[in-house]
Structure formats: C-alpha cells, structure tokens
Design a protein around this ligand. Structure first.
Ligand code: NAD
Ligand code: TYD
Length: 366
C-alpha cells in the first residue's frame, strides 16, 4: 500500500517535471524570468541558452547559478547545428523565447543583427521544436515574448489591444513583428502549440544602461548630461520587470494555446516628466539640492522615426488570467534607483571600453 502511494507520487512528480528552454536568460528580462522559474519550480529543469552579446551578463544570475535545476548553455539561436544538438540533448517540453536584439537605436544604425537574431533565430527555434516534438504536442508549448512596439505609434488617445493591426515602424519592431507572424504561422500550418505576449516598456534591476532609465540614472550619478530626444514629449507605458516576469509565469502555465495577451503597466509618462521624477528621486538619494540633477537635462536631436505614444490595454490578461501589476510607478522607480546605487560593481563592469565607444557614436554626433 505504502509502496503504491510512493510510486503514484513519483509518477505524478515525473509527469509534472518540465524541461524548459529559456532563451536570452542572461539579459534584462530573461534573467528575472530564469530566477523566478528556478526558485519557484525546483522540480523543473531550466536551461538558459544565451549568446552573451554585449547585453547578456551572467552576473545577473550569480545568485542562482549553482542551483541543481539550472543549466547555462552558451550559444547563438541562429546556429542550426547547435540548436538541434541542444534540443536532442535536453528534450525540452517548453520554450520561453526571449533572446533578441532589443534596442531601437542600435536597430537604426545596424539593422542586420536584428534580422538575423530576431527573425532567423526564431525560425530556427520553431523548426527545432517541430523536429523534436514531431506531431505529439501533448504538454508542449512554444512561448514567444514580444513587444507592444509591433503595433506602431498611437496619437493622443486609444490603446493597443490584441486586435490592433500590426504597424511596426523601426527595424527593431519590424523584426519582432516578423517573428510574431512566423510563430502564428507555425501554429496555423503545423499546429505547433504557441502562446504570445506583447509587453510595454520594462524597467528595473539589471537593465543595460543604453535604455532610457538606467542610462539616465548612470548619467545623473556621474554628473553627465541626460540626453532627451526631441522635446521629450513621447509617451511610454512603463512596467516593473518583476511584474512582467510574473505575467510570463502565469501565461506559461495558464495561457490558452494559440492566444496572444497584451501586458502593460497602465502607467503612461512623457519622457520629460519621467526624467524629472527620476531627478527628484536621485537628488534625495544622492543628498543633492532639490533641482540639482534636473540641470543635467539636455535636449538632443530626435530619434529617426520616433514613435510618439505606446499604451497597452491589458484587460484580457487581467480578466482571463487574473494578472495585475503589483507596484505603483514611483515605488518601482525608487527601488530601481536603489538597486543601481547599491550595485556599483555591476554597473562599472559594464561601462567598459565598448560601452564608451557606443556612447560616443550614439550621442556625440547628435
Ligand atoms: P536584452 O537585450 O537585455 O537581452 C537579450 C538577451 O538575448 C541577452 O542576454 C543576449 O545575450 C541574448 N541574445 C541576443 N542575441 C542572441 C542570439 N543570437 N542567440 C542567443 N542569445 C542572444 O533584452 P530584454 O530587454 O531583456 O528583452 C528580452 C525580450 O523581451 C526581447 O525579445 C524583447 O523584444 C522583449 N521585450 C522587451 C521589452 C523591454 O522593455 N526591454 C519590452 C517588451 C518586450
Ligand atoms: P528606450 O528606453 O530606448 O525604449 P523604447 O525605444 O523601446 O521605447 O526609450 C524610451 C523612450 O526614451 C523613447 O521615447 C526614446 C527616449 N530616449 C531618450 O529620450 N533619450 C535616450 O537617451 C534614450 C535611450 C531614449
């Protein structure tokens, strides 16, 4: 009797155990997703495949790198042979695909890398999933992480819903839109089980200081000018990265096959208002006189094709899956600033010669 019980439980645990490939797990959002899955699901095996481009950083995962349910594999998602071998070796039951070239400004100066990784890399993973799973899709899932930027740019009113027509306008968003279409095409054509989410701008710990918030924090700290594109009137909808990770967890486990869910913070800020708020927080944290950091604000030449406004209607994921953001923006922003100030070594290790070269090219020609 006892033996039967033990055996049944063993069978249950074995059935539940999942082997999940997370791509881009050494990046900003990916590292939060890897940490969440490794800690929350000790019975799962999490394999993190990352090329470690300039944006990938294993320091993001120091705290979990020794865990027995975590494996890191260095590699490029566009590498056919490597990806096939990995799928054969680990026999994944699920894929959470985050690896991408992710910065709009870089996509403007060098679109090629975006086409390779975001489009061809995604197709490579889709093919590997089909080959491994054949037609037995029971318990399998290909989860593609995408962006609200695929929907284009809003005017003063309206929101992006899951029904909004795609209208990407930068090489980055066009490459993401293309990968979204391919994922859906594999679902329709081959019945591959897929789910997609399109999320708004994330902020939080471990974001590479090329994106607005960590770049501004770093510049304020070092008394460098804060470059604001155009008049700073563009609007973004900001979401705390840990809330994105919790949405990914929920969608992975409870999302409906074939569906898309929009994820957003319901938290719109013009860039200039956001930077003023950040300057206020930094003045306080750095013991500066009120208004001191804001003197660093500098308006620079606008980004080419700069999308005016993004805003997400996230009622579908809220109503169907019960997700909602956990933090108010000011609290999240303060936590973020604290993290960057407390993790000087993380930041300093990034600010190497290569970062300086990027910064020179990106900002000193403006
Ligand atoms: P990131 O640039 O911080 O990280 C990307 C990671 O992918 C890095 O670790 C990098 O080394 C890895 N990578 C890049 N090319 C690779 C390749 N060819 N093979 C294997 N690994 C490769 O990006 P992020 O901000 O964490 O974004 C992650 C995902 O979320 C992306 O798909 C992005 O489009 C999407 N997304 C981002 C945001 C945001 O605000 N950052 C919002 C919505 C959606
Ligand atoms: P970014 O963080 O690059 O995210 P995305 O382009 O994906 O929205 O930029 C956020 C906003 O901040 C966007 O409107 C461009 C603007 N921006 C600046 O004004 N100055 C900067 O130095 C950067 C990097 C961005």
């Amino acid at each position: 009797m006892v033996r039967k019980l033990i055996l049944n439980n063993f069978v249950k645990i074995f059935k539940m155990a999942k082997i999940i490939l997370i791509t881009g797990g050494a990046g900003f959002i990916g590292s939060h997703v890897v940490r969440l899955f490794v800690n929350k699901y000790p019975e799962y095996k999490i394999i993190n495949l990352d090329k470690l481009t300039y944006a990938g950083n294993l320091e993001n995962l120091n705290d979990i790198s020794g865990k027995s349910n975590y494996v890191f594999e260095k590699g490029d998602i566009t590498d056919n042979q490597l990806v096939s071998k990995l799928f054969e070796k680990h026999k994944f039951s699920g894929i959470i695909h985050l690896a991408a070239e992710s910065h709009v400004d870089r996509s403007i100066s060098d679109p090629g890398a975006f086409i390779n990784t975001n489009i061809l890399g995604t197709v490579n993973l889709l093919n590997a999933a089909r080959n491994l799973w054949k037609d037995d899709f029971e318990g399998k899932l290909f989860y593609h992480i995408s962006t609200d930027e695929v929907y284009g740019s809003l005017g003063e009113t309206g929101y992006f819903t899951e029904e909004t027509a795609y209208d990407p306008r930068s090489p980055y968003s066009a490459s993401k839109a293309s990968s979204d279409h391919l994922v859906r095409a594999y679902m329709h054509t081959y019945k591959l089980p897929v789910v997609l989410t399109n999320c708004s701008n994330n902020y939080g710990a471990n974001q590479f200081p090329e994106k607005l918030i960590p770049l501004a924090v770093n510049n304020i700290k070092n008394n460098k000018q804060i470059p604001i594109y155009g008049k700073g009137e563009n609007i973004r909808d900001w979401l705390f990265v840990n809330d994105h990770a919790s949405a990914i967890d929920l969608v992975y486990h409870k999302g409906t096959n074939g569906e898309t869910y929009n994820i957003g913070g319901n938290n719109e800020w013009t860039n200039i208002d956001l930077i003023h708020k950040l300057c206020e927080i930094m003045d306080e944290k750095l013991g500066r006189k009120k208004g001191e950091s804001a003197k660093l604000i500098t308006f620079v030449k606008d980004r080419a094709g700069h999308d005016m406004r993004y805003a997400i209607d996230s009622s579908k994921i809220q109503n169907e899956l019960g997700w909602k953001p956990s933090l108010q923006f000011e609290e999240g922003l303060e936590k973020t600033v604290d993290w960057y100030l407390e993790n000087e070594t993380w930041l300093n290790n990034i600010l190497t010669g290569k970062y300086e070269q990027y910064y020179e090219e990106q900002y000193h020609k403006r």
